[in-house]
Design a protein around this ligand. Structure first.
Ligand code: BTN
Length: 268
């Protein structure tokens, strides 16, 4: 990993969205890598245009890092972010809980199939200089009932570890360091060897039936239904279907649970 001094972490009691705040700082002339963490977000943003409810007790963090990588070279960034977040969260969990921690492609962190964290990666261009933003939302000391319907099947860290270990500021610092480290290494040296294997080893629902919906089709018919085969060398999800293997770059993956017709459900 590339050695570098820790980036500045700005901590705020309240903000609209840490990703939006980071954008504003970049627009205002920021030049060095930095992070923003807020206790509360009033207009948190999720993937695929969704909102992200962000009450007190969660970890709402954006890591911002200048990049010389092109948009297509940066395709694996969400996966690198998921791996860094997975490794950081894993360290907080008791041994018995660790095997349940998985990455839902492309970059949700699940525990026992329930969403513990989500990641929103964005790219900002400012006067010829591009920035990578990685926004991560972690349910830490949060009552999951307060998250409404924007997060499906959420779980909070407070049900998994002792309360003393879930200080949002301390976790924010650890996550920020891990994400800055991963981004700095990627910017300097490209994708670390073994990244895709590491991802495949931690992926949720491998060899299980899944559906993929694209942005805007949520609630509608699944775009692709098949079996999750893994990820390819570019980090695209590979879904085995009756029409062959589909390599997908974006979308919303979910478990595909077979619904049986009433006649099939009755016992003999
Ligand atoms: C998802 O849809 O799963 C991604 C959610 C990302 C939420 C985080 S919270 C910190 C940062 N600021 C935002 O407005 N969104 C991200």
């Amino acid at each position: 990993m590339t050695a570098s001094r820790p980036a500045r972490l700005i901590e705020l009691p309240e903000v609209d969205s840490t990703n939006l705040h980071a954008r504003r700082l970049i627009e205002a002339g920021e030049t060095e890598p930095f992070s923003v963490r807020a206790d509360v977000q009033l207009a948190g943003r999720g993937r695929l245009g969704r909102s992200w409810i962000s009450p007190a007790g969660g970890v709402w963090l954006t890591v911002a890092c200048p990049t010389a990588r092109s948009p297509s070279e940066s395709e694996p960034v969400p996966l690198l972010a998921a791996l860094a977040a997975h490794a950081t969260i894993e360290q907080l969990l008791p041994d018995a809980q660790r095997a349940e921690l998985r990455i839902k492609w492309p970059n949700d962190i699940l525990h026992a199939g329930r969403k513990l964290a989500g990641i929103l990666c964005e790219r900002v261009a400012k006067t010829g200089r591009a920035w990578t933003l990685v926004g991560i939302g972690r349910n830490a000391d949060v009552d999951v009932e307060s998250l409404g319907v924007t997060t499906r099947h959420p779980v909070s860290l407070r049900t998994l570890v002792e309360r003393a270990q879930i200080d949002p500021s301390a976790i924010g610092h650890r996550l920020a360091d891990a994400l800055h480290g991963a981004l700095a290494e990627f910017n300097a040296e490209g994708l670390p060897r073994g990244t895709m294997q590491a991802l495949a080893d931690r992926l949720a629902w491998i060899d299980q039936p899944v559906t993929l919906r694209r942005a805007g089709s949520a609630g509608g018919e699944p775009v692709i239904t098949g079996t999750l085969a893994g990820v390819d060398a570019r980090g695209r999800a590979v879904i085995r279907t009756d029409q062959g293997h589909k390599h997908v770059i974006s979308g919303d993956l979910d478990e595909h649970t077979l619904r049986l017709e009433p006649a099939q459900q009755s016992d003999p």
